[in-house]
Design a protein around this ligand. Sequence first.
Ligand SMILES: [Zn+2]
Length: 87
Amino acid sequence: MNAMICQCCGLSFSPKARGTNRDQSKSGDYCLDCFKDGEFRDHMSIQEMEKKLLEMAKHHDGLCMEEAEAAIKNLPDLKRWKMTHIL
Ligand SMILES: [Zn+2]
C-alpha cells in the first residue's frame, strides 16, 4: 500500500498516523499531527505551514530539506490550501 500524503502538511504518513474525525473514525486525508477530532490542530496559513516544514527540516525533525521542499511545492494542490487560492 502506498504511503498517504497528508492534505494539510504535504508529508507522507502511515495508516497508524491518520488523523481522527469528530466521530473518532480515521481520516483518509490528514495526518494526526494536523487533524484531530475533526479539527485542524493549527490554525495556520499556507505561509506558516511552509515555515513550519522548513523549521522541521532544519532541526532534522523527521524530514530532510529535500523532503520539506518537495512538500512545500505540493502545498497549493492540497485540499486544505486549495480554498485559500479561490479567495
Ligand atoms: Zn499533516
